[in-house]
Design a protein around this ligand. Sequence first.
Ligand SMILES: [Zn+2]
Ligand SMILES: [Zn+2]
Ligand SMILES: [Zn+2]
Length: 431
Amino acid sequence: MQEAPPSYDAPSFPSAPPSYGGGAPQAPPPGYPGAPPGQPGVAFAGPPQPGYPSPGPTNTGPTGPDVMDNPGMAESLPSAPSLDKMDDIGGYSGTSFNSVAAAPPAYEEALQQGPPERGPITSVPVINEEQAREALQQFVSQHCCYGKGPVRQMTFRDLKSSSAFHYMLETFSESRSTTWAYEPFVGQAIDGPQYGPAPGPWDIQAEPQVKFQDAEKHLEVPHTASVKPCHTCAGVCRVRCDHCHGNGRTICSTCGGSGREQYFHEGQHRHRKCNYCHGDGRLRCFRCQGHGQVPCKSCNAKGQLKCYIKLTIKWKKHMDDHIVERTSLPDDLIRSVSGQTAFEEEAPLVWAVTHFPDQTINQASRQLVDRHRTAYNMERILLQRHRVRIVPVTEVISNYKGKDFNYFVFGFENIVHAPDYPAKCCGCVIL
Ligand SMILES: [Zn+2]
Ligand SMILES: [Zn+2]
Ligand SMILES: [Zn+2]
């Protein structure tokens, strides 16, 4: 069971975006007060997970009968220490060896001021016949098997210029989760509970290096570390070899352990000594070199572990977009070409666009802004930005040898989309 996050009596959400300069640690943004000393952590109170493997070393017991040699067998991975051996850290009592997400502190959507002042939307230039022909010439020259006739001889019947609109919303968020972690103890510093109460997951300072870029950071939660005997080897530093079950040898798989192999000679089955095990029927275990034991991997043969609570911080950019394009040009093509940025805004929480001349864009903005506001409830929104790009699209209606054909010129790069070009001789695919 998860405990509801404490309700912070937060002041309004900061109007300036958090600063992302690297270097010295910075104060937390307003609206996210640090927990007072001794306050329990934010998420995840709850009983330790039932059914967790019982404590104690797993493979240090007596040896069994010889097993078949199997060099391809995977080595077993070390299990985790027992949860009942972990210290009870205030605010982290439900932490396990699986990552547990920490619900972010609540914040008020302080949008009372209303959207910022927004300037007028400008339109984009349109192309003329000469540019339409040049674009097509360029396109034809890039396709070796396209005939040059139509582009030279075609006449223009009409140029229909329009604008495609591309709305993009990006939300940059942060999520935090905690887990018990361990590493071999080699004498490193131990920051244990005796140094004070552990800060809650959201009270630990961490800033992303670059805004609107996915990243991940791992930190040791202060005052949670301790030294424990290794759960795998019980402090012995070596464990039974899981390949030979501690016997130091395995059954020869070539002769099945008989030490002999069969062959056929002069119409008769005969036997001779197995070449592989030289008649022993057994092989020295390749993994433990015959010792029956291998160094413990959990503690790197040190016998002790440093256990601590690890905080994982993930920064993520969520992106959604919407394209309004009203000709038969495939909409997706608009995404990859350049246009004019008619509107751009960045804020901790943006307001939906309402002033764009095309209502479909305003509607898409409202839907996407609403969706982003609620979709990532285990993440804290740090920053949002959105923009509308206007991409020029010209539909060219031309005539070649008495027949009409249409093509499109779009984007500031004057990219051509001409699936009906009249002189495609070898039927190669248009890219
Ligand atoms: Zn060990
Ligand atoms: Zn053999
Ligand atoms: Zn072995």
